[in-house]
Design a protein around this ligand. Structure first.
Ligand code: ANZ
Ligand code: ZN
Ligand code: ZN
Length: 850
């Protein structure tokens, strides 16, 4: 029978539906393994990135099941978010309907691929059963002072018509709209106090041995811990505090700088001669975004600030490079030793004063073309002259402390997490605004605050704010008329604790029980894209700690091991006139590609991430229909190690399909033989070789999966195994026993990669139970050792012969063997051997002369 993947796969998908073989036993005594892939946003269709991500996770989950673990391998939907609402505005469809129908479609796509999820425990963040608990967390965090409301200058995207978190601003533009500049607005917003955990989040890194170094360093930079000092300069009689990492440069301050949106800015500009110009400058600052590369500009405020160390008065500038939210929102500027200050000083003709000289020379301020930021010895610094600058840091801090001018201080770049979004399709913030009592949290018994369904969508408006039915309510505290908060939470809140909900997805009385969370947390292996390094992964680590402090879990860290998979890429095809081309827009002649619109030669060769705009996407549905899910899974695991980019190419896919067809034919052959009868209790020599190939492969596949999830090399080993046993013909009773073991082990080993074909062949072979109930095959070390090794014989470094020799052969024996080889002898005649080089188990090189 031919390998008919369409029928086979349909049959086993149905089997999964009926038998539900991937249920997790919740109270098992076996060791647990929590395997988690980042849950998808239900955009409508899965893409190849999903296929890859979920195939990687599925191999591990199935492998761990075979290893006897009690595996939790859940799936769900990160279902709130803007695209649904934009669809509502553009196509007049209800965001809920849009989302849930997308989910239905994507669920059937994932089912078609045979992933070993327990679909009964699927979760969806847009359902009240889930988002109720997100509101509950908001209330608990509010009680603990981890939620607060504050007026602040925030990032605003016009296209999204909402506020963005700092993490959502990329190069000054919206992370969703790379063509839309983010502007600044001052709004009253809700925040999560993630900064309360800044130090703990940073310290936690030392325990995350199973995370990529790159992700940890991105988080470290994001948290941005700096050691320094807080020094009080003076504005008239008042303190004017600044944070500096370089107190050793304090005698070199020649001006001060303050953020345009500093809360006290009015005070400092009160003495200015030309307020109009200053206000114009401030207005201009509001437009730019500090994440971007912009020109450093400023304006004199009209005020002077006194340096307590020198009693000198220096001008205070309003400068666009000073961030209101960092340190104290003001800076002591030292142009001689800070590049930014240097450029500013040159641009505004401000003095440059050298206070640190490098060990080998004396700097002249006038001759400097850039700041000197290295180490050295202090000059022009009063009693600190000649001190090494590193020592001066501590000495100057102590000096300031003793005089009450300042103290040691630590600063973090991490800011509190702004969670308010002026959008409909999200989790409503459970707060009621009462004209008498102010912001009052919704009582727990009234949760969830349901999203209304009678809403109108218009571009640039918050639908909840327009909905009187939703807004109008009574104050839980005084009973008077009040209004609901009309903002919803950032969807990253929903994805910050979903992995905990998975441990107890049906709980109606709590977000999850502590017993269940403690049973399954932490996630043993988390798999997803590196783009989540700073947002999702940091937020989730924060939430896990909040959950711990609420007494709901004993774990500090949510994810023990993290794998960030590479991108799926594909070659692009471009026409000089028509740009990127779909395959359908090309024609092939004599193996060359042409644009079918204009007939010009098309260019290929550039391999980039699959994207609609580059017209190089492959539709999983089509590819699965053409080749079968097993082949698609196999290719996406075989073509590259998981953390590297995967280049999609049809030839490789065809190769994987040929392997499976060959595997099918071979298995059928073995299955037929299993039913014939033989005699003899000894293995025949051919069987001996097959046994050794099997054991070596089991060992390699096991190690490749265990150590670094090197699925590509594991698959390559199984392909070699098929070659090695291709011609194995059992001849004795013992051979047949081996053949049975070989086939069964092969099927189990291959099942995590290609679940359908292996299930079918297992059943055809008449083995007991189902393949899913088997254990991972063992290997016996004694069969893994090579009995023979191949030796290469060289004369003057050129390979002249090869031979199989016993594995333990000595140097002397190797050399003797070399001299006996006909083709070696030929090159030795008439020459003298001047040196004999032998590498045991590998090669002999005879160096000759004459
Ligand atoms: C004087 C100085 C001299 C500084 C020098 C640096 C070099 P990190 O390391 O990133 O924490 N700074 C302080 N608050 C700021 C704000 N709100 N906006 C912009 N810059 C600010 O940076 C700390 C340094 O950044 C501080 O040390 C301060 O400049 C500046 F040779 O003080 B420094
Ligand atoms: Zn946007
Ligand atoms: Zn009230």
């Amino acid at each position: 029978m031919e390998y008919n993947f369409t029928d086979i796969e349909a049959k086993w998908i149905n089997y999964y539906k009926q038998q539900k073989p991937f249920q997790t036993e919740l109270d098992s005594n076996r060791n647990k393994f929590y395997c988690l892939e980042m849950f998808p946003y239900p955009s409508g269709k899965i893409h190849m990135g999903h296929v890859r991500n979920y195939s990687i996770g599925d191999v591990l989950a199935r492998y761990k099941r075979f290893q006897g673990f009690n595996v939790l391998h859940p799936i769900g939907w990160d279902a709130f978010g803007l695209p649904a609402e934009n669809a509502a505005i553009e196509n007049n469809v209800d965001p809920g309907k849009w989302t849930f129908s997308n989910i239905d479609n994507m669920r059937s796509q994932l089912t078609r691929l045979g992933f070993s999820y327990n679909w009964d425990d699927e979760i969806c963040t847009a359902l009240p059963a889930y988002y109720k608990w997100g509101q509950w967390f908001f209330l608990k965090m509010y009680e603990k002072g981890l939620v607060y409301k504050s007026k602040a200058t925030v990032n605003w995207c016009d296209k999204c018509a909402t506020v963005l978190a700092n993490e959502q601003v990329e190069n000054g533009c919206c992370w969703r709209h790379s063509d839309t500049e983010v502007t600044q607005r001052t709004l009253d917003q809700w925040y999560f106090r993630i900064t309360a955990y800044a130090e703990e989040l940073l310290q936690g890194h030392s325990r995350l041995k199973g995370w990529p170094e790159k992700v940890l360093s991105m988080q470290q930079n994001w948290i941005g811990k700096s050691y320094g000092a807080l020094v009080n300069f003076k504005y008239k009689e008042e303190n004017f505090p600044v944070f500096t990492t370089r107190p050793d440069t304090i005698y070199g301050v020649t001006f001060m700088a303050i953020a345009f949106d500093h809360p006290d800015i009015e005070k400092y500009i009160s003495a200015a001669a030309d307020k109009k110009r200053i206000n114009a400058f401030i207005a201009q600052c509001r437009k730019i975004n500090q994440n971007e590369d912009y020109k450093k500009e400023g304006i004199f405020s009209g005020s002077y600030i006194k340096n307590p160390f020198t009693d000198e008065e220096v001008p205070l500038y309003i400068a666009n490079f000073v961030l209101a939210g960092y340190g104290t929102g003001a800076v002591m500027a030292v142009p001689a030793h800070d590049q930014r200050d240097f450029e500013f000083a040159r641009a505004y003709d401000l003095p440059v004063k050298v206070v640190i000289n490098p060990p080998d020379k004396q700097l002249q301020a006038a001759a400097m073309t850039e700041a000197y930021t290295g180490d050295g010895y202090l000059v022009n610094s009063g009693k600190f002259d000649n001190t090494a600058n590193r020592q001066a840091i501590t000495a100057i801090i102590d000096f300031a402390r003793d005089r009450g001018w300042g103290r040691k201080s630590i600063n973090y770049k991490l800011k509190d997490w702004l969670i308010s979004r002026q959008r409909y399709w999200g989790n409503p913030i459970p707060v009621i605004n009462c004209p008498v009592c102010g912001a009052v949290p919704v009582p727990e018994k009234d949760l969830p605050v349901l999203l209304p369904t009678d809403v109108a969508f218009r571009r640039g408006e918050n639908p909840l704010a327009q909905n009187e039915n939703f807004k109008k309510t009574v104050c839980p505290r005084c009973g008077g008329a009040a209004e609901r908060e009309t903002e919803t939470m950032d969807t990253f809140v929903c994805s910050s604790w979903y992995f905990l909900r998975y441990t107890d997805p049906e709980n109606e009385g709590a977000p999850f029980s502590k017993e269940r969370a403690d049973r399954f947390m932490p996630v043993d292996q988390y798999i997803g894209g590196v783009e989540h390094a700073c947002m999702h992964l940091l937020y989730a680590r924060f939430f896990q700690r909040v959950v711990r402090d609420l007494g709901l879990s004993k774990e500090d860290e949510p994810f023990t091991n993290l794998l960030t998979q590479g991108m799926v890429t594909k070659e692009t095809v471009t026409c000089p006139e028509h740009g990127f081309l779909f395959p359908e827009e090309t024609k092939k002649e004599d193996d060359k590609l042409y644009c079918s619109k204009c007939g010009r030669a098309a260019q290929t060769g550039r391999v980039v991430k699959m994207s609609k705009s580059k017209k190089n996407v492959v539709d999983p549905d089509k590819i699965v229909a053409a080749y079968g899910a097993d082949t698609v899974r196999l290719f996406s695991l075989f073509a590259a190690p998981p953390e590297k980019d995967l280049e999609w190419n049809e030839k490789g896919v065809e190769g994987c399909q040929r392997f499976l067809a060959r595997f099918w034919r071979w298995s059928e052959k073995i299955i037929t033989l299993l039913n014939s009868s033989y005699t003899g209790s000894q293995l025949s020599p051919g069987a001996d070789k097959a046994r050794s190939a099997l054991h070596k492969t089991i060992k390699k596949v096991t190690n490749d999966i265990e150590r670094r999830m090197q699925f590509n090399t594991a698959i390559a080993a199984m392909m070699e195994l098929l070659n090695a046993v291709q011609d194995f013909t059992p001849q004795t009773e013992a051979d047949i026993e081996l053949a049975r073991n070989l086939l069964r082990s092969f099927l189990v080993m291959l099942n995590p990669f290609t679940p359908f074909i292996t299930a079918e062949l297992y059943e055809k072979a008449g083995f007991p139970g189902s393949v899913l109930q088997q254990s991972w095959p063992d290997y016996d070390e004694q069969f893994c050792e090579d009995k023979t090794v191949q030796i290469v014989f060289q004369v003057n470094g050129k390979v002249r012969a090869k031979a199989e020799t016993p594995a333990g052969i000595s140097r002397e024996e190797m050399i003797q063997k070399a001299r006996e080889m006909d083709n070696v002898k030929k090159w030795l005649t008439g020459k003298t051997v001047v040196r004999e080089i032998a590498v045991p188990g590998k090669l002999v090189n005879l160096v000759v002369k004459g």
